[in-house]
Design a protein around this ligand. Structure first.
Ligand SMILES: [Zn+2]
Length: 283
């Protein structure tokens, strides 16, 4: 339970007042001070990376930035927490804001060093607001799945593209309801990128047992008919027309694409040779 000094009994007050503190005053170049912090950080409760940077680059910029982003009673914190994961008291919101304006976590150090003596955090603040407002503008009211996405990066990559919020939300809702999609967090970038990169969604794939059963079925029928067990090869005019592929030379394909509602079970599975599977996938 939290207590105040005045409320403690005398012996406890005495104990606090008589406790000897070890205070290091370090002087030197920035890199020397940095080394010091790393050394003293080994004892006690270690500071996290951002706390360490705040200490190293202490000054007007950090003070102002912390007032804004490390203050858990900032009324905007709730709005931000729809997009950002983390605890303001652990400097995690500040870290995100800095990583956005600095274009990546690895540049935070340099950014803080450059702006250490600034008395204004205007650039930091306006970039942060721009990113959040953009995300809100594209997707409308926030989805819980979008919390913690790399919004700064997504903004840099996609903010020049036009989006219609109503269409976007229609697609987000459809993909969230689609049980082939195994990575719901990937839906947002998938849509921003014009629904090209399916790897973002981690689409459910056919079971090995399904592939094998379909392979046996196709291969037996192909041998009887005297053509290739890849239906596309069978239709061709080249040497592969009668070629019987091994299971390891084939891949499973959705006859009706999952994006058009095709199921991921044997009724919608077709084994194709690797070349034809790749060609079909690229259409
Ligand atoms: Zn083929």
């Amino acid at each position: 339970m939290e207590q105040v000094f005045g409320g403690l009994d005398n012996s406890k007050q005495e104990k606090i007042l008589n406790t000897k503190l070890t205070i290091y005053i370090c002087e030197g170049e920035e890199w020397e001070i940095k080394k010091w912090f790393e050394t003293i950080n080994i004892a006690g409760v270690p500071l996290n990376n951002q706390e360490l940077l705040n200490a190293i680059y202490s000054g007007p910029f950090v003070t102002k930035a912390k007032e804004m982003y490390s203050n858990s009673i900032n009324p905007q914190m709730q709005k931000w927490s729809s997009y950002i994961k983390g605890d303001p008291k652990c400097q995690e919101i500040l870290r995100t804001a800095l990583s956005w304006v600095a274009r990546g976590e690895k540049n935070i150090d340099g950014y803080m060093s450059l702006h250490r003596q600034d008395t204004s955090i205007q650039e930091l603040q306006s970039y942060f607001d721009t990113v959040i407002d953009w995300a809100k503008g594209v997707f409308g009211s926030p989805y819980s799945e979008m919390r913690g996405l790399p919004w700064g990066e997504l903004y840099e990559k996609y903010h020049n593209n036009p989006y219609n919020t109503q269409d976007v939300r229609f697609r987000v809702n459809a993909l969230l309801a689609d049980d082939h999609v195994k990575n719901n967090q990937g839906i947002f970038e998938y849509i921003l990128g014009g629904e090209q990169d399916k790897s973002l969604l981690n689409i459910r794939i056919f079971e090995e047992s399904t592939k094998r059963a379909k392979f046996v079925q196709q291969t037996e029928a192909a041998k009887v008919a005297g053509h290739s067990n890849c239906p596309y090869c069978a239709m061709s005019d080249n040497a592969n027309k009668t070629r019987i592929w091994k299971l390891s030379d084939m891949d499973a394909d959705h006859v009706t694409a999952w994006s058009k509602g095709g199921a991921t079970d044997i009724s919608n599975c077709e084994m194709l040779c690797k070349t034809h599977n790749r060609m079909k996938g690229n259409r």
